[in-house]
Design a protein around this ligand. Structure first.
Ligand code: FRU
Length: 882
């Protein structure tokens, strides 16, 4: 006798290509099902990847048709433009689960006789020697240890100096080929969906799907990290209630949310006090039951509360439940089983709530899931002001809404089985520039619908705005992310209405390895991104984004703006107005794998494309380009690495899906202009366009020397304004170059006014100081001291320039040798017959990099940076090889 869920899995497996069916279950649940069901694994050990031809054709056509992609009319769920994350995941991930790594789990090992996990792949990326230790000869300052200034490259190859400074954290990181630096990632193990996100007492709490003991999806806990600024994160112990455990059975903590119970509606807190209540899915069976027997539902919504966000209690709610056997008879729970289910607020159909009359006779067995569908997970709870109660969106499969006054007792509202998704979320968002609000339904962060939430036939229902399609009005459904590496979106519960959202930055198709059956019947293990990430961690999250709704010429759209808090991570920043043509590369010579870049340009008649190549070496690059003729934005990772080293192609929606792909999105011009925001971190590229209504998130695994940039236009040259900023790491100390950035900009202004306004001598001095300061900024051996000194010297040159336009430059009696010399001795006249000399002597290592600096200012600012940076980089490379 099989439970409905099991049937569904088998159905999916044999149907193999029905995208709509596959959306019912993704890898995570399949993982559990597979590991819990011998029968499943034994019956069908691998996915049959043969797909009917029509499906392949249909999907391929959609993928290639930009007009289709741009169309207002939304694609039905079955035919996603490129295979969405949840649907395709089902197939490969079922296999990923059934072949393995989960069988390492204590609770599962007995149940699932699974083959051994595939051997980890060879590292895909050739290692490069670590950067040498910092030379501090020129500016010795023992109490302030050296910091690598080149956050951008040290991210990819942690330098020895980093190791020396923060032994505990960085020593381990040193072995990692890749680690995001300003995107949050869990320190070790696997993570997927963001969970339990809530802002409380000045702290952002981010929980997440977490398996610390391996880099695969396993028996899930909720990892926990906090931040006070959305950027700097600290990880904490997993609270006990969220730890996978084998007490009285196996508990898998799946996705869910948390709220601030401000008015203590739950009664869990002291009178007049508030606290947090988490509502999430527990999956897995209590002891004494086995999944194959069909006796148990296994996905249920549970709650726990906390007064501080760190210590959590799972309450015994005293709700009586019984097991409903498949033949309609019931079975009482044992004491252990009662304990196992003590904090369940909503259970799937095989666990029924008991209603008794005054005499104690059972009068009703309530099925809390009117849709009676075993995919019943990922509750997102929010306060619904209009009806003065809590609402829950829950899906996993079909979408359901429930309401509650106390977070404990829930009443079914709309059952919207036509919307099938994991991780549903309903945002209540202001329409920018109006007093209006709209509801936006996120379907797992892959798609969204705009509409309202209102009472229809007495139940609260999400009512999508519709568009007129060929066969009548259809729900308008839009891409939430046009590239594949954003899934399971969730926003922080925050009482002031600010909605900040984050996604798991990965894709079930290739986050882990998977095994499939080839058309010829042989089995093959498809290696996912873990072969690049190694054995320490496999999990990272997108940028945090503020959500709102904007009216565009095409209609209302969701706007996702990276939170302003990231601005504090900008370090060395340069901005310029330029004319782009097919020869210029204003970013020439800059070396960075960790930056933010913004550009606005106005294509001219005859401009064909504007291209930004990032993470580039002589053979590989990721290319972000706007095709003016088609209006299509490309974020092309197809040449980001060697094909043989990339993750294997995977099956999605019945067709093969390549990791090395070009992803596209239609972007209309606003007032004749295109504005792009590009965020590159250690192994990710995120691009925002169309006033932040278009987002593409991609993982890329650049080689360590792929840190060049190239910016140009094809066709008629275009005017452009751009800014480039290296981004700090929240994981290590950063050298602060923001003051220097400001001074450089100031100096640049003065220099651009031209020598005629100033004396030759002071102008020349400023030029020299400027060059030296840039050299210092891009010198990986620079320290905070040397940067401060460079800034100081440049400031001084500026002061001299302005104050002594026609006088000789102040000459210092002694050349300072340390920053302390300068700063401690305010009385001393400062710097130097030529400030640049002081800087070069004091700020950089004995390699003398400033001598290789750009010459003259006949070049643009950025070219000067490029030349300087290039020189510095070359020196570094040479030293590494010595
Ligand atoms: C989505 C998901 C959720 C589930 C979780 C388990 O990625 O499959 O539906 O709760 O992952 O890790």
């Amino acid at each position: 006798m099989k439970n409905e869920n099991n049937k569904k899995v088998n159905l999916i497996k044999s149907a193999a290509v029905s995208a709509s069916a596959m959306m019912v279950l993704s890898g995570a649940s399949a993982a559990i099902l597979a590991s819990e069901s011998e029968e499943l694994v034994a019956d069908q050990p691998v996915v049959d990847v043969q797909a009917p031809e029509e499906v392949i054709l249909e999907t391929a056509a959609e993928e290639n048709d930009p007009v289709e992609a741009a169309a207002e009319i939304e694609v039905p769920q079955e035919t996603e433009i490129y295979s969405s994350t949840n649907a395709p995941a089902a197939e490969a991930e079922e296999e990923s689960a059934s072949v393995g790594e989960e069988s390492e789990e204590p609770g599962q090992a007995a149940e699932a006789e699974t083959p051994e996990a595939a051997a980890p792949a060879d590292p895909a990326v050739p290692a490069e020697p670590a950067a040498p230790a910092v030379s501090e000869e020129a500016v010795p300052e023992p109490e302030a240890p050296a910091v690598s200034v080149k956050a951008d490259t040290s991210a990819a190859a942690p330098a020895d100096n980093a190791k020396a400074e923060t032994p505990a954290a960085d020593k381990e990181q040193e072995d990692e080929a890749y680690r995001e630096q300003y995107h949050f990632s869990n320190e070790q193990g696997w993570s997927n969906d963001p969970n339990g996100m809530v802002y409380f007492n000045g702290t952002w709490h981010l929980f997440f799907q977490y398996y610390p003991d391996g880099v695969n999806h396993g028996s899930m806990s909720w990892g926990h990290a906090t931040s006070t600024d959305l950027v700097h994160w600290t990880e904490h112990e997993v609270p006990d209630v969220f730890k996978a455990s084998t007490d009285n059975g196996m508990r898998f903590h799946f996705s869910g949310s948390a709220v601030v119970d401000k008015n203590n509606t739950s009664g869990f807190f002291k009178e007049g006090e508030q606290g947090l209540v988490a509502v999430w899915t527990l999956a897995g069976m209590p002891s004494g039951a086995s999944w194959g027997s069909g006796e148990f539902g296994f996905q249920r919504q549970c709650i726990a509360y906390s007064a501080d966000g760190f210590n959590w209690t799972a309450p015994d709610l005293g709700i009586e439940r019984v097991i409903l056997n498949a033949d309609g008879t019931t079975k009482e729970l044992t004491a252990d089983q009662k304990d196992f289910f003590k904090n369940v607020v909503l259970a799937e159909g095989s666990l029924r709530t008991v209603v008794r009359d005054a005499e104690g006779n059972i009068t009703e067995l309530v099925n809390e899931d009117p849709l009676n569908n075993g995919d019943f997970r990922d509750p997102k709870v929010f306060w619904h002001e209009e009806s003065g109660q809590w609402m829950m969106a829950v899906a996993g499969g079909p979408l359901r809404f429930y309401s509650s006054k106390d977070l404990i007792h829930w009443t079914p509202e709309a059952m919207q089985g036509d919307i099938i998704t994991e991780c549903p979320e309903l945002y209540y968002l202001p329409v920018e520039g109006t007093d209006e609000y709209k509801y936006v339904l996120s379907e797992g962060g892959r798609w969204y619908q705009v509409g309202d939430f209102k009472e229809v036939d007495g139940v609260w229902t999400f009512v999508p705005d519709t568009v007129n399609g060929p066969t009548g009005d259809v729900a308008a459904r839009y891409n939430m992310n046009y590239a594949p590496d954003a899934y399971a979106a969730q926003s922080f519960y925050k009482e002031d209405g600010r909605v900040v959202m984050v996604q798991w930055m990965s894709n079930w198709s290739y986050a882990d390895n998977s095994t499939v059956r080839q058309p010829d019947g042989s089995q093959v293990t498809l290696e996912g991104i873990r072969k690049m990430l190694g054995e320490k961690h496999n999990g990272q999250f997108t940028l945090m984004a503020d959500l709102s709704v904007v009216r565009t010429p095409e209609g209302l759209r969701l706007k996702q703006t990276p939170v302003a808090e990231y601005d504090q991570m900008k370090n060395l920043e340069v901005k310029d107005d330029i004319v782009l043509d097919d020869k210029s590369n204003p970013l020439e010579g800059i070396h960075s794998q960790q930056f933010q870049f913004e550009i606005e340009f106005a294509p001219e008649k005859g401009t064909e494309k504007v291209v930004l190549e990032v993470l580039k070496n002589k053979d590989y690059q990721t290319t972000i380009w706007y095709d003016v003729n088609t209006g299509i934005l490309h974020v092309d990772r197809s040449k980001s690495m060697a094909a043989e080293q990339a993750p294997a192609d995977h099956m999605q929606n019945g067709t093969w899906f390549k990791f090395l792909e070009d992803y596209t999105a239609p972007v209309a011009m606003t007032n004749g202009k295109i504005k792009l925001k590009v965020f590159v971190d250690n192994y990710s590229v995120e691009v925002y366009a169309g006033n932040d209504t278009i987002v593409l998130t991609e993982l890329v695994f650049p080689y360590k020397d792929a840190d060049l940039l190239n910016l140009y236009a094809v066709g008629t040259p275009v005017n452009a304004t751009y800014s480039f900023a290296t981004m700090d790491s929240y994981r290590k100390d950063n050298t602060d170059m923001r003051n220097l950035s400001g001074t450089l900009a100031d100096a640049k202004d003065q220099l651009e006014r031209g020598q005629g306004n100033y004396t030759d001598e002071s102008f020349k001095a400023l030029q020299d100081a400027y060059k030296a300061a840039f050299a210092a900024a891009f010198n990986p051996d620079s320290t905070q001291n040397s940067i401060n000194l460079a800034n100081y010297a440049l400031t001084n040159a500026l002061t001299n320039l302005r104050a002594n336009a026609d006088k000789p430059i102040t000459v210092t009696p002694e050349k300072p040798t340390t920053v302390t010399d300068i700063y401690d001795s305010t009385a001393k006249p400062v710097v130097s017959e030529t400030p640049a000399q002081a800087v070069s002597a004091a700020s950089v290592s004995s390699e003398g990099t400033p001598t290789a600096a750009a010459t003259g200012f006949g070049m643009t600012l950025a070219t000067a940076i490029g030349a300087l940076a290039g020189a510095v980089f070359t020196n570094r490379k040479r030293r590494e090889q010595e």
